[in-house]
Structures are given as structure tokens and as C-alpha cells.
Design a binder for this molecule. Structure first.
Ligand SMILES: Nc1ncnc2c1ncn2[C@@H]1O[C@H](COP(=O)(O)OP(=O)(O)OP(=O)(O)O)[C@@H](O)[C@H]1O
Length: 127
């Protein structure tokens, strides 16, 4: 939708509001996204307890962002495919599987980052 508003500030704030609606929609309808957000909150809590340094925080925040953005993008692809191709089609399957693969890859990276940063901390705590 092309919004032709004269007031540039108003146009931008409306665009932000659409984007915010998108985030609310994903949170409301996507169970996997809610699970990712809960895990992210737990990871941030663990980071606070572990007193991570600035570089570790930057990596953790980037990784959380990677997973959430992958999940949001996957949801957008799923919804777009359901809209343009609601019937069963091999290409619809391939497209959805590829988008799901992006989430899987992001989750694997997140696990590796988590183990790299929190693994030694947990090891020291247990010894
Ligand atoms: N129109 C279709 N044609 C063929 N296969 C499809 C189609 N829609 C979905 N699939 C297959 O089912 C899988 C799950 O698709 P679906 O749209 O149900 O996602 P979902 O279960 O909601 O995923 P998520 O758990 O990530 O939200 C796809 O990865 C694909 O393999």
C-alpha cells in the first residue's frame, strides 16, 4: 500500500505502526515465535547472572536477533504462500521448507553461540 501523505513525520509514524502491528500479529499467532522470545528472556537473565562482558553481550543480542528475524521472515513466507498458493504444490513445499531451513540454521548457530559463551561459565561453576 502506498501512503501519499504530505507530512513526512506522519508517514513515517504510520509505517512504524504497521511494522509494530506485524510484530504483534506474529507474537499473537505464532507459538514458535513466543517460545523463541521466552528462550531469549531466559538467555538474557543467564547473561545478567553470568556478568558477561560487552563483546559477549553483543554476540548474544545479535544471535537472539538472528533467530527472531528468521522466525518472523519464515512466518511471512508461510503466510504469503498460503495466500498465493493455498492448494498443495511442490514449489509451495520447497519455498516453505527453505524458509523453515533458515530458522533451523539460526537455531543451530544460537545453540553453538550459547555453548561457546555459557559452556565455560557453567563448567567453572560446576568445578
Ligand atoms: N501448499 C503446500 N503445498 C505443499 N506442501 C506444503 C504446503 N504448505 C505446507 N506444506 C508443507 O508443510 C510444512 C509445514 O507448513 P505450514 O505452513 O503448516 O507451516 P507450520 O507448520 O505453520 O510451520 P511453523 O511451525 O514454522 O509455523 C512445510 O514446510 C511444507 O513442507
Amino acid at each position: 500500500m502506498n501512503l501519499e501523505l504530505n507530512d513526512d513525520g506522519k508517514k513515517r509514524s504510520i509505517g512504524f505502526s504497521f511494522a509494530w502491528n506485524g510484530l504483534k500479529e506474529v507474537t499473537r499467532t505464532e507459538r514458535n515465535f513466543r517460545i523463541h522470545v521466552i528462550v531469549a528472556v531466559l538467555v538474557v537473565a543467564a547473561g545478567l547472572l553470568s556478568q558477561l562482558n560487552r563483546l559477549e553481550w553483543a554476540i548474544i543480542i545479535l544471535t537472539i536477533g538472528l533467530v527472531l528475524v528468521a522466525e518472523i521472515t519464515n512466518t511471512a513466507v508461510e503466510k504469503m504462500m498460503d495466500y498465493v498458493k493455498p492448494d498443495i504444490h511442490p514449489l509451495a513445499k520447497t519455498i516453505k521448507d527453505i524458509a523453515a531451513g533458515a530458522v533451523l540454521l539460526a537455531a543451530i548457530i544460537a545453540v553453538i553461540v550459547g555453548l561457546t559463551i555459557f559452556g565455560p561459565i557453567a563448567y567453572n561453576l560446576l568445578n
